[in-house]
Design a protein around this ligand. Structure first.
Ligand code: SF4
Length: 490
């Protein structure tokens, strides 16, 4: 029997963080540091990459489809980007003819000089604002929500760039971590709720901003602090740093899914080790949903830390019952289920000798469409597992994300159309349990969810969205977040 399942495309059945950003000012080889930092953020976006630098007189930009290494591995590519300041971006969803136009950083010549911007997140009233701007005569070059921000900055009547950016950001709703590159320096900011992450570090005299601390580690920068929700940090060419909180100090709601899956486990998110949070989710899961099994087996790679936690708490041995090939290229993201199935790859294989005749508990970080979970359960049964129990290190994902995460529409989310028992039946497991929402909050160091004032955004689990969703309420192609411009916007 062939135990390699070529249809097992786990990446096609995950929520996808849309992008990562990196910026550095005051470094002698800013573009090289930027490329290295983006390489460490590659897991946040693998379809396109761009870097813009500034050398005191001119802006330089290089953008391309594919991985960082495909575009920035040669000395020549870095030499095209001179200067001591650079910002870059990795992203998903830039296929199609218009793809390259949407690759960031986006650049525009404004009245006061050039401005480049790299954006992680999604503006949930971008269609609304764009329609207003177009009515006033604005001409858009791309289909990205980030260009809406550029237009708002360009048309602001405030005198300084910082004030123009604040003026623009007061009009937008949703999630944004932004890095601006201007002739006067760099400005990094995070939306008032801090939905998407952004951290700051030091590399000698240089100041570095990144979506995750792992990018600071990789370039050799020291982690200084996270950019606070609603904070703008301005850095000039003399190294002067100023912090601004123009939006007051609203109650933060960072994305709890960063702990579950998006961030790399070696990152620090919201002042917590992501690895530790994931392990702790496994501990909570073992307490809430114990299982009479002989082996704890992670669905690699993202289920590993939770499986370690589950094993340590339950005393059931942890074993690698599924082996992932690291030499298989990633499947290019396909827009339709049919194409996804056609484009799957050989990535996982059952460790047959280990699981044969055993009752096992599989640990995965999440269930999205459920098709992968079903296939993994079947793979373990084909390998001879006696019983296959399934435990999930997040609550059921039953709602879409409008904050820059690529989520299938609700009707394609397994938890959007089934209860847990029906889900168990669908994936054909002997038992199925998810960590509770309070268990997840405990795992990230809290006593539980404060329902009156939730400490995180958890909308994909609870449907409790922390911002208005103007485009959705106006039915402005709301299923198409403008930060995913894959030919979805005419
Ligand atoms: S809806 Fe889910 S994935 Fe989106 S920001 Fe909120 S917690 Fe994160």
């Amino acid at each position: 029997m062939n135990l390699t399942h070529p249809w097992l495309d786990q990446d096609g059945d995950k929520l996808r963080e849309e992008c990562g950003v990196f910026g550095v000012i005051g470094a002698s080889e800013a573009a090289a540091a930027c490329a290295l930092g983006l390489h460490a953020l590659q897991h946040r976006g693998q379809e396109a990459v761009g870097i813009t630098s500034f050398d005191g007189a001119e802006f330089y930009t290089r953008r391309g489809l594919g991985h960082v290494a495909d575009n920035f591995s040669t000395g020549e590519s870095i030499a095209e980007l001179p200067g001591t300041m650079a910002a870059g971006h990795v992203r998903y969803s830039t296929t199609g003819g218009a793809g390259l136009r949407n690759v960031q950083p986006l650049y525009a010549d404004l009245a006061d000089g050039g401005l480049a911007v790299a954006h992680n997140g999604n503006i949930s009233n971008a269609h609304h604002l764009r329609a207003q701007l177009v009515q006033k005569g604005a001409i858009f070059q791309s289909t990205s929500d980030t260009e809406v921000i550029i237009h708002l900055v360009a048309t602001s009547r405030y005198p300084t760039l910082l004030d123009k950016i604040v003026d623009a950001l007061r009009l937008v709703e949703g999630a944004f971590s932004l890095i601006f590159v201007s002739p006067r320096g760099m400005i990094a900011c995070r939306d008032p709720l801090g939905i998407r992450p952004l951290v700051m570090g030091r590399l000698g005299d240089a100041v570095v901003f990144a979506s995750e601390t792992v990018a600071l580690d990789v370039v050799g920068a020291d982690f200084e602090r996270q950019i606070e929700p609603g904070e703008l940090v301005q850095v000039d060419f003399d190294g002067r740093i100023s912090s601004h909180r123009p939006f007051g100090q609203p109650h933060p709601r960072p994305c709890i899914f960063e702990h579950v899956y998006f961030s790399r486990p070696d990152s620090i998110f919201n002042d917590r080790s992501v690895y530790e949070s994931r392990k702790q989710i496994g501990v909570e899961l073992a307490k809430e949903a114990p299982c009479d099994a002989e082996l704890v087996i992670p669905v690699p790679d993202s289920g590993v830390p939770a499986a370690i936690g589950y094993s340590q708490q339950s005393g059931i041995p942890f074993e690698l019952g599924i082996i992932r090939s690291h030499y298989v290229g990633r499947t290019f993201i396909q827009p339709s289920d049919g194409a996804r199935h056609a484009g799957v790859k050989r990535k996982h294989n059952a460790n047959r000798k280990l699981v044969e005749g055993k009752s096992i508990v599989l640990i995965d970080d999440s269930i999205v469409r459920g098709t992968t979970s079903m296939k993994i359960v079947q793979m373990m049964r084909d390998a001879g597992a006696k019983e296959v129990h399934f435990r999930v290190a997040s609550p059921p994902t039953g709602h879409g994300c409008y904050y820059g995460v690529d989520t299938p529409e609700r009707s394609k989310l397994l938890a959007g159309r089934m209860d847990v028992d029906a889900m168990r039946e669908f994936i054909q497991a002997d038992s199925l349990s998810f960590v509770s929402i309070d268990g997840l909050y405990r795992a990230v160091g809290l006593v539980g969810r404060n329902n009156a004032q939730p400490q995180y955004c958890d909308a994909c689990f609870t449907g409790d969205y922390p911002t208005r969703l103007t485009d959705l309420s106006e039915r402005r192609q709301a299923e198409a977040q403008l930060s995913f411009p894959v030919n979805k916007v005419a």
